[in-house]
Design a protein around this ligand. Structure first.
Ligand code: PGA
Length: 264
């Protein structure tokens, strides 16, 4: 654990994946935003493309003087800024609808769409150049974990994105977040133990510091993989766990709200 890691404000992110209609997104926002108040955390909502406008309008109604205003994020972005790419979405389009964040390299994209480190890095670079903050997802699958290759996988994935961002050191870190999501813990109900999560986070923190020096301190490392209200409080006490990327338990406003409360 680095001394700087202690001071990072927790960042709690919802990843709705391919869920919700606009009406359901509106209902979620009505419930969450009424009760949110000003917890000492930052919040991001990663919504499907058709929901972004609905969520952004709901967020626009909040008064930052009296409420924590969540940021809006998308779940993917194309590495080109425009062009003939049917079915894809470009960074300027995401900015236009009010996004400030985008997920890059979620394991479901790596698994279902063959996204490799180079493409994930290119997406993160395009996002940064457009002014979006990439949240880059990293994590080992069960085979790598059982073969004791977790750190090797994390190192490769992290280097891929830092190389693409041109982040070799110095005091100008990319505006970036990492989400450590062991693939075997996503949507399975199997959460990494706090000690196991901490070990991977500490490894990533050390590697970030080796590459970026003191500037690494501004990059939060979130944990993802079956986070719920019941396990959030213990996970967040780990010194290098800076927040959560929550899938299934973020679909219900009350359950996501309880995770926020337990992470504060
Ligand atoms: P989960 O998903 O919380 O449902 O495990 C996490 C994620 O994939 O981001």
């Amino acid at each position: 654990m680095s001394a700087a890691s202690v001071s990072r404000r927790p960042l709690i992110a919802a990843n709705w994946k391919m869920n919700k209609t606009r009406q359901e997104a509106q209902t979620f926002c009505d419930v969450l935003l009424t009760d949110l108040g000003q917890p000492p955390v930052s919040v991001v909502l990663f919504a499907g493309f058709t929901l972004l406008e609905t969520v952004r309008r709901a967020l626009d109604e909040l008064d930052p003087a009296t409420a924590t205003v969540p940021s809006l994020g998308a779940q993917d972005v194309h590495p080109e800024a425009a062009g003939a790419f049917t079915g894809d979405i470009a960074a300027p389009q995401l900015l236009d609808v009010g996004c400030s964040w985008v997920l890059c390299g979620h394991s479901e994209r790596r698994r279902d769409h063959g996204e490799r480190d180079e493409l994930v890095g290119a997406k993160a670079r395009t996002a940064r150049r457009a002014g979006l903050r990439p949240m880059v997802c990293l994590g080992e699958d069960l085979e790598a974990r059982e073969a004791d290759r977790t750190f090797e996988v994390l190192d490769r994935q992290l280097n891929g994105v830092l190389d693409a961002l041109g982040a070799g050191g110095g005091d100008d870190p990319p505006a970036l977040a990492l989400a450590y999501e062991p693939v075997w813990a996503i949507g399975t109900g199997k959460t990494a133990t706090p000690a196991l999560a901490q070990a991977s986070h500490a490894f990533l923190r050390e590697r970030l510091e080796a590459r970026l020096g003191a500037a690494a301190a501004s990059i939060p490392i979130l944990y993802g993989g079956s986070v719920k209200a019941g396990n959030a409080a213990e996970l967040i006490t780990q010194p290098d766990v800076d927040g959560f990327l929550v899938g299934g338990a973020s679909l219900d406003a009350a359950s996501f709200s309880a995770i926020i409360a337990n992470s504060s």
